[in-house]
Design a protein around this ligand. Structure first.
Ligand code: ATP
Ligand code: PAF
Ligand code: BAL
Length: 282
């Protein structure tokens, strides 16, 4: 496994892979790797000749300085896990290398900016759009792997690839969960024991809502009930709990079994903001 620190360093490996007609798979991450990330890596390993994992905590996608300052950094352990998975390259750029200057470009994702993460994290998707474009331009992968846990992020990146005719195939990997159902997330390691227990309200409320939707209960009643459930949890505070179309991300005010739908949730547990989602009709 080779650790590469700059785009210029990667260039010679890229030329070599091109000469040998090798396919390249990229797994973009912000580090603090868990089994969810490793599922992406394993999928990439099974489909590509060369797998590159990037580890970069991208400052421009954080709308909250405290969240950025406290984002876990476990690079040594990450490298050991990636070596175990027989990853070919790990790209670990520093901020100066990625952002020699503050980008002047900004990306407006239209309606995607006005709901869910777009609404609650102003500027977040602009930061994601810029860094993912940069990573695609530097690494030039044939395929890139993203997790379904960040459902709206997958919509943003699909839009980016389509609107800019990027020559990369996106692969979306299902959400890996802990045994009790909590979606794996790097931020989980910052939860106290009590917070970890109360964090289960995210997946429990998604599953409860799904069951009730499928048995005919009205969406507004379900939403009211879930709001109430969150109010009962002293450490959890709900940001949104929405029924949406999983491609356009438009909100539904009522359930329609003939339309694709997913439920998305975001909540603070203590000071940690977590997100999750569950498909209802695919
Ligand atoms: N539980 C999971 N299952 C599948 N993919 C995941 C999971 N968690 C994260 N990913 C994916 O891994 C990639 C890198 O994500 P990232 O490094 O932000 O990790 P993260 O665990 O989502 O961190 P955080 O939730 O704290 O933002 C993204 O494509 C993300 O969707
Ligand atoms: C795609 C990504 C690596 C861009 O920084 C990040 O948003 C993430 O980890 O999901
Ligand atoms: N996994 C999404 C990255 C973020 O929370 O900024």
């Amino acid at each position: 496994m080779q650790v590469v620190y700059t785009g210029a360093d990667w260039q010679k490996y890229w030329l070599n892979s091109l000469k040998n007609d090798k396919s390249i798979g990229l797994v973009p991450t912000m580090g603090a790797l868990h089994e969810g990330h490793l599922d992406l890596v394993r999928k990439a390993k099974s489909e590509c000749d060369i797998v590159v994992v990037s580890v970069f905590v991208n400052p421009t996608q954080f709308n909250n300085q405290e969240d950025f300052d406290n984002y876990p950094n476990t690079l040594e352990a990450d490298l050991a896990k990636l070596k175990e998975e027989k990853v070919d390259f790990v790209f670990v750029p520093n901020t100066e290398n990625i952002y020699p200057e503050k980008p002047q470009l900004s990306i407006d994702f239209g309606n995607l900016e006005t709901v869910l993460e777009g609404a609650f994290r102003p500027g977040h998707f602009n930061g994601v759009g810029i860094i993912v474009s940069k990573l695609f331009n530097i690494i030039r992968p044939h395929k890139a792997y993203f997790g379904q846990k960040d459902l709206q992020q997958t919509g943003i990146i699909k839009r980016l690839v389509k609107d800019l005719s990027m020559n990369v195939q996106l692969v979306i990997v299902p959400t890996r969960r802990e045994q009790d159902g909590l979606a794996m997330s790097s931020r989980n390691m910052r939860l106290s024991t009590d917070e970890r227990q109360q964090a289960l309200i995210l997946i429990n409320s998604l599953e409860k809502a799904k069951q009730e939707l499928l048995t005919g209960k009205a969406w507004f009643e379900i939403q009211n009930q879930i709001n109430h459930d969150f109010e009962e949890m002293p450490l959890a505070s709900l940001e949104y709990f929405e029924l949406i179309h999983p491609e356009s991300f438009t909100r539904y005010s009522a359930f329609d079994a003939n339309q694709k739908s997913s439920i998305c949730v975001a909540a603070y547990v203590g000071k940690i903001r977590l997100i999750d989602n569950l498909p209802i009709i695919l």
